[in-house]
Design a protein around this ligand. Structure first.
Ligand SMILES: [Zn+2]
Length: 286
C-alpha cells in the first residue's frame, strides 16, 4: 500500500487542482495518414502467408513495406503481446512510450506505431479494428494498450518472492526472437521491448491510478489490421494470461492460439511513399 499524504494542503490547493490539462502533443501537429488511401486497397488483398502463434508461446513473421497484416483471434478470447522491428536494422524497434504520448493510452483505427530514437518514424498504420466499437467503458478501460509493458519473469519473481515461471510474454518473445535471428538467448533478450497489448482491455483505476486489466471483449473472428510502412519483422506472444481476466505469469488461465495473416495488395496506396527516418540532425546542440 502507498502511504497516505503527510503534508498539509496549501490554502489554494483546490485552485491548483482545478487548472485544466493541456494535451502534451496537440494532434493538429501530428501528421496523420490518409486512411482512405489505405482502405481503398482492402478489397483486393491476396493472402500470402499465415502464421500461428501457439498459446503461451511466441512466433515471428516478416511483412514487406506496402503489405498488410492482420492479427486474428481464431479460437477463443486471447491477448497478444506484439514487438515490431525494422527487418533490416533490428536496433530500430517499436517505441511504445512515444506511441502512447502521441496517440493516447490505447491505439486504434488510423493510429500509427512509431519506432525508437533516433529513427522515430511510423512503422505501421492501423487500417482496421473490429473492436473499434468498444471505445472506453465505464471503468475507463479500453483495448489495444500501449501502457502495459509485457508480463515478465523478473516482475513475477519480485512479486511472488522467488517464483520461476518461463512462459511470460517476455520469455516467449525472447525464445522466438533468438530462434529467428540465431542470436544467443542473453543477447536476444536485450532486443525485446515494451509491447502493443493487442486485444488486451486495460486502464487506470480512477481512485488510485493503478494499472488494471479485465476480460478482453475479443471473440473469434475479430482482428486488428496494419499496413507495413517499412519492412518489418514481427514477434508476438500469446500471453499466458489468456483473455487477462484474472492473472498472468502462470499456467492457470485458458489460453488460445492467435493467427497472423499477411496480405499483398494489388497496388500501393495512392500518394504513399515509405516514411524516411527522423529529420533531426543529431548534433544535440554541440
Ligand atoms: Zn503476457
Amino acid at each position: 500500500m502507498k502511504p497516505r499524504p503527510i503534508t498539509e494542503a496549501p490554502a489554494d490547493a483546490d485552485a491548483r487542482k482545478a487548472v485544466k490539462p493541456v494535451i502534451c502533443y496537440p494532434v493538429q501537429s501530428l501528421p496523420r495518414p490518409d486512411l482512405s488511401a489505405y482502405r481503398a486497397l482492402r478489397d483486393g488483398l491476396e493472402l500470402v502467408e499465415t502464421v500461428t502463434v501457439p498459446p503461451r508461446e511466441a512466433a515471428t513473421w516478416e511483412v514487406p513495406a506496402g503489405h498488410f497484416f492482420r492479427i486474428l483471434c481464431s479460437e477463443g478470447s486471447q491477448v497478444g503481446d506484439l514487438n515490431l522491428f525494422n527487418r533490416d536494422n533490428l536496433s530500430e524497434r517499436f517505441y511504445s512510450g512515444k506511441t502512447r504520448a502521441l496517440n493516447g493510452t490505447h491505439v486504434g483505427l488510423g493510429d500509427q506505431l512509431f519506432s525508437s530514437f533516433p529513427y522515430l518514424r511510423p512503422m505501421a498504420t492501423i487500417t482496421h479494428d473490429t473492436l473499434d466499437w468498444y471505445g472506453f467503458d465505464a471503468f475507463g478501460g479500453s483495448v489495444h494498450d500501449v501502457i502495459g509493458t509485457r508480463c515478465d519473469p523478473y516482475t513475477h519473481n519480485l512479486l511472488s518472492h522467488g517464483g520461476q515461471y518461463h512462459h511470460c510474454c517476455h520469455s516467449n518473445l525472447t525464445r522466438a526472437f533468438a530462434a529467428r535471428t540465431g542470436k544467443p538467448l542473453a543477447e536476444a533478450e536485450t532486443f525485446i521491448h515494451d509491447v502493443l497489448n493487442v486485444f488486451m482491455c486495460t486502464g487506470f483505476t480512477r481512485d488510485t491510478g493503478q494499472y488494471f486489466m479485465k476480460a478482453s471483449p475479443v471473440r473469434p473472428g475479430d482482428y486488428l489490421e496494419f499496413f507495413a510502412e517499412i519492412d518489418l519483422l514481427g514477434c508476438m506472444s500469446a500471453c499466458p494470461g489468456g483473455d487477462c481476466s484474472a492473472e498472468h505469469s502462470s499456467d492457470s488461465a485458458a489460453c488460445y492460439p492467435l493467427v497472423v495473416e499477411i496480405y499483398r495488395p494489388a497496388r500501393l496506396p495512392e500518394g504513399w511513399s515509405p516514411p524516411p527516418v527522423n529529420g533531426y540532425n543529431r548534433s544535440h546542440g554541440l
